[in-house]
Every structure is written in structure tokens, then in C-alpha cells.
Design a protein around this ligand. Structure first.
Ligand code: KG4
Ligand code: ZN
Length: 338
């Protein structure tokens, strides 16, 4: 089954053709980074406008690159939640129109579910059940992936997402947008033990995260030193901060696996591209004898191939929609409705 998938939940306009949830026939991502860089972050209104400008050509290129025609496509899938509402609406309306005009089934896909499904593209034999750490710009979850379409949230952030926290730290350190990626590359070689940050815990909720205190502590540290005219080593500071954030992610995730008896663990979302996280998790997993799965770097950030992967399993579960499909800025991964 060939699915044409569309993704426009944030600042990437993406389309892909994916066969049977596993084989990527094409994957096009049109990034808006250049347009948002001057603002230091994504401007939602600009993101929506740019999606409308390129969505036609991005979808056409995905069809062409796959070496197929629209007739060969069996269904149209689209990210419908969660994300920037104006941005989501561009993809949802495009997909609805296309599905309606061609008479093909329409498959709504939850954004975080699709991030998890990026792992199915990288490992062809990989399947649920498994534990998954989902870390993106807006979410930090530890999820029990019971089967392809059934999820249980084991832990979640009580305030900021890990990606949001890294982006803010990067900005305070004077690094350009996209913050997380630049913090990762520019902190390489820094001394991760030069600065110490606490590892916040949430009372009575061992799998939940809290990143806002960590974010405030790096902002205060930098501002205080600036006021005193003290120059801090930013590479060391970046490396120390990344070490603290990734320690928190590892501690809770491995504790959840241990307590709930999982030895199969995946990581998903934009932050899964982080080199410190990948290294640290790989080391702990090897020590514990766990099987660990990371998406290929090209499928860590937002893309439509992962949407096509999850869409296949949503379709098999009977989760299709009609022209009344709407977009939603928020939507829990475990109780997705449309
Ligand atoms: O999944 P994603 O592309 O978009 C959302 O669904 O939010 O995740 C974006 C987040 C941003 O916070 C970005 O800074 C972070 O992923 N990110 C990284 C890296 N690459 C992207 N964070 C740390 N290290 C990276 N290499
Ligand atoms: Zn995402």
C-alpha cells in the first residue's frame, strides 16, 4: 500500500511516499530555517504563510521522486495534531482536498506517534511493544508503546519540554536558531564537568521531568556573570548543561524500563538527534543489555516519511477520517481523537 503523507505542524513543509509503512519511496522536506533565523525562533504566522507557498510543489516533488503518479497512491495521510494550529491547517486542508478530489482514504496522524514510527523506517523488523522516550521541541514523554496504535504515557514533563529548554539555553548562550542543534555541535569538546547543575526530580512521580528550573539556572548564571564582568567558557557551559539535561532524560527513562520490565527501548523526536543523548543512552543500554533504537538522523526532526509509516498502521486499525477532519494545537498521544 502506497501512502502519500503530508506534514506541516511547525516550520518544515514535508511530503513523502511510503510503502507498507516501512519503505520510503520519496521524502521531501522544505525547511523554513532561513526565514525564521532573524527572529531567533519560529514565528507561527510566517510559518503558515510559507507552508501555503510551497506545499503544492513539495507534494508534487514527493510524487515525482517516488516515480509514481497520483493514480498509484492508495491513501493520503496528514499530521493533524499537535502543533502550531495555523501551520497544521495548511497541511490538513491540502490533504482533505486531495483525498476528496481523488476519492482516496484520508488518514489523520498524531505528530508524536509519527515521531515514534520514524524508528520503523530505520529498523525494518522493529515492532511494539517497547518503551519510547519522545523528546521534541514541545513534548517530553516516556511512552509505553503497547502496539502500533495504543500508547500509555508513563512519564511527562511538568513544565518545559527538553527541546524547548535546550533552545532557550542556546539562545542565552548567544547561539543562533535552531538552538538545540547549534548547542550540540558547538559544545563538542567542552568540559561537561566544568559547571554543575542539579538534576530536578518531581516528588512522587519518578518518571516525570521538570526542565524549567534548569533553564532558569543557566539564564541566571550567565546574567550574573555578565553583570560582574566575568567571562564564562561557553563551550564548557554548553557541554555541562547538555550533560545535565541528558542525565535527567536517561535517569527517568531507564528507571521506567527497569521498574516496568522493558529491555527494548526507542528514542524519538528532534532531540533524539542529540549526540550526547545518543552516546549516553547507548552506553547505559549496552551495560544493561537493553536493545536500543534511534531513528536515522534524517528522520529525527520533522519529516513526512515518519507520517507515512504511522499512517499505514492507523489505516490497518481503521483510523481514517472524512472531510470534517480538523486540526488541533494540542492532543494527547494516548487518547487521540479527530
Ligand atoms: O521534533 P522536532 O523537529 O519538532 C517538534 O515536534 O517540536 O523537534 C525540534 C526540537 C528543537 O527543540 C530542536 O532544538 C531540537 O529538537 N533538536 C536538537 C537537536 N536537533 C534538533 N536538540 C539537541 N541536539 C540536536 N542535535
Ligand atoms: Zn516534531
Amino acid at each position: 500500500m502506497k501512502i502519500l503523507a503530508i506534514e506541516s505542524s511547525c516550520d518544515d513543509t514535508a511530503a513523502a511516499v511510503v510503502e507498507d509503512g516501512r519503505n520510503v519511496l520519496s521524502s521531501i522536506v522544505s525547511s523554513q530555517v532561513k526565514e525564521h533565523i532573524v527572529y531567533g525562533g519560529v514565528v507561527p504566522e510566517i510559518a503558515s504563510r510559507l507552508h501555503t507557498e510551497v506545499i503544492n510543489s513539495v507534494v508534487q516533488k514527493a510524487i515525482d521522486d517516488a516515480g509514481v503518479t497520483l493514480d498509484d497512491i492508495d491513501a493520503v495521510a496528514v499530521t493533524y495534531a499537535p502543533g502550531l494550529i495555523g501551520a497544521l491547517l495548511v497541511g490538513v486542508n491540502f490533504a482533505k482536498s486531495l483525498a476528496f478530489a481523488t476519492g482516496k482514504p484520508l488518514i489523520p496522524v498524531h505528530h508524536l506517534r509519527s515521531h515514534i514510527a520514524a524508528n520503523y523506517l530505520t529498523y525494518k523488523e522493529f515492532n511494539p511493544p517497547f518503551m519510547c522516550l519522545v523528546v521534541s521541541g514541545g513534548h517530553s514523554h516516556i511512552v509505553n508503546v503497547k502496539n502500533y496504535t495504543e500508547f500509555e504515557i508513563i512519564g511527562r514533563t511538568r513544565d518545559d519540554a527538553a527541546g524547548e529548554c535546550l533552545d532557550k539555553a542556546a539562545r542565552t548562550l548567544g547561539l543562533p536558531y535552531p538552538g538545540g542543534l547549534n548547542l550540540d555541535t558547538r559544545s563538542k569538546g567542552g568540559d561537561a564537568s566544568a559547571f554543575s547543575f542539579t538534576h530536578p526530580k518531581v516528588d512522587g512521580a519518578p518518571y516525570d521531568f521538570s526542565f524549567s528550573g534548569l533553564k532558569t539556572s543557566i539564564i541566571n548564571l550567565l546574567h550574573n556573570s555578565e553583570q560582574k564582568g566575568i567571562e564564562l567558557n561557553k563551550k564548557d557551559l554548553g557541554a555541562s548543561f547538555l550533560s545535565a539535561v541528558t542525565d535527567c532524560l536517561c535517569e527517568n527513562t531507564f528507571k521506567a524500563c527497569e521498574d516496568l520490565g522493558f529491555n527494548k527501548l526507542a528514542v524519538a523526536g528532534g532531540v533524539s538527534a542529540n549526540s550526547v543523548l545518543r552516546e549516553k543512552m547507548s552506553k547505559i543500554a549496552a551495560e544493561k543489555g537493553y536493545k536500543l533504537y534511534f531513528p536515522e538522523l534524517k528522520y529525527c526532526g520533522d519529516n513526512a516519511a515518519m507520517v507515512g509509516a504511522q499512517a499505514y498502521y492507523e489505516y490497518l486499525a481503521g483510523n481514517t477520517a472524512d472531510e470534517s477532519l480538523n486540526a488541533y494545537a494540542t492532543m494527547p498521544i494516548d487518547k487521540a481523537i479527530y
